[in-house]
Design a protein around this ligand. Structure first.
Ligand code: ADP
Ligand code: MG
Length: 256
């Protein structure tokens, strides 16, 4: 049975960047265990939506609400949103020179636990957590000693995001173009890791993608199409086939 409160609820969201309105009334409800894909042409506002949900400081909310587990998160900083269980993977992951993966995750997990009044994990517990999740994403142990994203291949960066999502045990991940720049083997293996994480239906994800390819490996419950800052169409997984066949133009309001 479905819990009545969505995990994430976005209501009439209007947002701007540099004084320009980009999102023009987005509505979206995501329940626990669901996979939602957001598709749409370049510049339709997909990344802006993910950044405003994560609380990126350059993006201003001008109208509407973002509720996470029923709580209005609009005034929370990104770190507090993350502590509540939100995980955002950027379309272009940043490199952190001089910070190794293990130290980065230790700080993140400790801060997350602190926000729940939990003591830090001891090193044995932390190491076993990391090893378990490394296995899930099929990354080697020596990966922990490398600086975050520095010199990582496209596939490793994306795998690292899924690894972070797994280690932080977030409830909702927004994965922005996780499939971009991946060869077919990397795509399959990342999809397997995501499917494994989703298997218990305890987490939810928003997959932002241009391509049907990813959705052949990860089956979404819903597909939304964004255009000009709004969701103009929502359908089930079969919508991906229609979009592949017909493109986006037929959905656009003034298309003749
Ligand atoms: P998508 O991810 O769907 O390709 P984006 O959300 O990145 O679209 O962009 C939507 C629109 O907002 C585009 O017209 C883009 O140029 C504009 N935009 C996004 N970020 C910025 C920014 N930081 N400064 C100025 N314009 C931006
Ligand atoms: Mg984008």
């Amino acid at each position: 049975m479905k819990n009545n409160i969505p995990l994430l609820e976005v209501k009439n969201l209007h947002a701007q960047v540099d004084e320009v309105e980009i999102l023009k009334g987005v509505n979206l409800s995501i329940f626990k265990g669901e996979i939602h894909a957001i598709m749409g042409t370049n510049g339709s506002g997909k990344s802006t939506l993910s950044k405003i949900i994560a609380g990126h400081p350059s993006y201003q909310l001008i109208e509407g609400e973002i509720l996470f587990k029923g709580k209005d998160i609009c005034l929370l900083d990104p770190e507090s949103r993350s502590h509540l269980g939100l995980f955002l993977a950027f379309q272009y992951p940043v490199e952190l020179t001089g910070v190794n993966n293990e130290a980065f995750l230790k700080a993140a997990v400790t801060a997350q636990r602190q926000s729940k009044d939990l003591p830090p994990l001891n090193s044995l517990e932390f190491t076993s957590l990391l090893l378990e999740k490394l296995k899930l994403v099929k990354l080697d142990k020596n990966f922990l000693a490398r600086n975050v994203n520095e010199g990582f291949s496209g596939g490793e960066k994306k795998r690292n995001e899924i690894f972070q999502f797994a280690v932080l045990d977030s409830e909702l991940a927004i994965l922005d173009e996780t499939d971009s720049g991946l060869d077919i083997d990397a795509l399959k293996s990342i999809s397997n890791a995501i499917n494994e994480l989703m298997a218990k239906k305890a987490k939810s994800i928003i997959l932002i993608t241009h391509y049907k390819r990813l959705l052949e490996y990860i089956k979404p419950d819903f597909i939304h199409v964004m255009h000009n800052g709004k969701i103009i169409k929502t359908g089930d997984a079969s919508l991906a086939n229609t979009l592949e066949e017909k493109g986006y133009d037929w959905l656009k309001p003034n298309f003749k």
